[in-house]
Write a protein that binds this ligand. Structure first.
Ligand code: FAD
Length: 429
């Protein structure tokens, strides 16, 4: 008699970000069928999005097709589909025209820009989360410089070249430094009427200091560097209202050609209807093993999850943390399948692995040639921190081609000060 092999276990992974992709890669086992759903066809390296927005890199440099990344993994299939609903009772995920059944579900749909209860501000102050966001921001700022060159009214020129950035975390700080350098660099290239004094970059932060997750001396250093670049900083300042081309704070109204929201995130709305506990940002509260309470075969990982690890540490919304959670859940599922199909099947629930977050640190770049780095008790700032930032981000990029092109573009930009992605393409993306 020919032995019949047991049916494969179906693992459905939602989202090809850092969490979902790492999970899929680690689920490489002949006993498992992996299906990955994402509404986009690419994995995006979000930490370098600001460089696309500020014309240092082109969009394809920081993204890679998901299908290509998993091409050699025979047990994995990829579908470009948007998830609409998740039905935990019938173990099924619905897209617009299909239903995907699962044995195990991994929810890794990430976060979106949050407006602290003012969704109407999004139209006037877009966030930075996707390649489309980055490209339209770049388009807007480069066009504003061109419009300013055509403008006879000095007041209007100044309004066009005013950029207000809400949020003084790493993204806001990186954008402020890079936009200031971009415009200064751009106007040196043949602009005759726009002058450096027309440029105004304003950074607004609700907390008492910039980069509040870093140490005090690093925040002070960042503020000093940004002020040296001419950036206006308002800490301890809450935005009161945002309208077309205007942002209100401290009882006054600032007219700005570009307003960018880099202040907050909230969980992906797809999971809002799930009958399970959520935190104040709508993140799914998971147990230490990353599974949903009452649904041991359903996991939430990455930015969409609120997780306290085995040491009671709240896992931060960072790329490395998301990837670690992805690897943890994949290993857990693999060992559970092994136990369930082996001699120790009665012990399966007892043997569940719990997640321990390994802090690899945080970094933020502050204009050209300076950065801050913090990893546990180790910290660094200045030029060496900037070199470390370049090195780490280059290593983390997916794909050799991307690493090489990014390295060449950074080298060129550093030596010549030129930005390679400054072409304005019409119509607006
Ligand atoms: C501008 C910016 C800068 C950052 N800088 C840093 C940094 O320097 N260092 C750092 O560690 N972290 C940084 N982060 C945070 C880091 O990028 C996130 O923590 C990380 O991406 C989280 O990974 P994730 O897999 O949970 O979600 P994501 O990477 O956001 O992936 C979610 C995936 O789900 C897909 N998706 C969403 N909704 C649907 C749907 N309905 N149907 C199908 N697919 C869907 C998306 O297309 C996406 O591919 C930054 C984030 C941003 C936005």
């Amino acid at each position: 008699m020919v032995p019949v092999s047991p049916p494969k276990v179906k693992v459905l992974v939602l989202g090809a970000g850092f969490a979902g992709l790492d999970c899929c890669k680690k689920l490489n086992s002949p006993k498992i069928d992996v299906t990955l759903l994402d509404r986009q066809n690419h994995h995006l390296f979000q930490p370098l999005l600001y460089q696309v927005a500020t014309a240092s890199l082109a969009a394809p440099d920081i993204a890679a097709p998901v299908r290509e990344i998993l091409a050699d993994q025979e047990n994995a299939q990829v579908f470009m589909e948007a998830v609409e609903t998740i039905d935990l009772k019938s173990q099924c995920v619905h897209t617009s025209d299909r239903a995907h059944a699962y044995d195990y579900l991994v929810i890794a749909l990430g976060a979106r820009t949050g407006y602290f209860g003012h969704p109407e501000w999004e139209a006037f102050a877009p966030g930075l989360k996707t390649l489309e966001d980055a490209r339209s921001l770049r388009h807007k700022v480069l066009k504003a410089v061109e419009k300013a060159e055509l403008c006879d009214d000095p007041k209007e020129r100044r309004r066009l070249l005013t950029i207000a950035i809400v949020g003084g975390g790493p993204t806001g700080v990186e954008l402020a430094g890079a936009f200031t350098e971009l415009i200064h660099r751009t106007i040196k290239d043949g602009f005759r009427r726009v002058v450096a004094e027309d440029i105004r970059v304003v950074l607004i932060e609700a907390a008492p200091k910039l980069l509040s997750m870093f140490d005090e001396d690093q925040s002070v250093y960042a503020a000093k560097r940004l002020r040296k670049l001419g950036i206006e900083i308002h800490t301890g300042t809450f935005v009161e209202d945002v309208r077309e081309g205007e942002v209100d704070f401290n009882g006054t109204s600032l007219e700005a050609g570009t307003i960018i929201w880099a202040a907050g995130t909230e969980a992906n709305p797809v999971t809002a209807a799930l009958p399970t506990d959520k935190d104040h940002s709508a993140r799914l509260i998971v147990g230490t093993d990353c599974s949903l309470p009452d649904y041991p075969n359903v996991f939430a990982i990455g930015d969409i999850a609120y997780c306290e690890d085995t040491n009671g540490v709240v896992v931060p919304p960072l790329a490395a943390a998301a990837a670690q959670m992805g690897a943890h859940v994949a290993n857990l599922i693999k060992s559970e399948i092994k136990v369930k199909t082996g001699r120790m099947r009665d012990k399966a629930p007892l043997l569940r692995r719990q997640f321990t977050y390994f802090d690899k640190g945080m970094m933020a770049i502050i204009g050209k040639s300076a950065a801050v780095v913090k990893a546990n008790k180790f910290k660094m700032r200045g030029f060496l921190a900037w070199v470390a930032w370049l090195f780490v981000h280059l290593l983390l990029l997916v794909g050799f081609r991307n690493k090489l092109t990014v390295l060449l573009q950074w080298g060129f930009a550093y030596l010549r000060g030129r930005r390679s992605a400054r072409i304005i393409v019409s119509p607006e993306p």
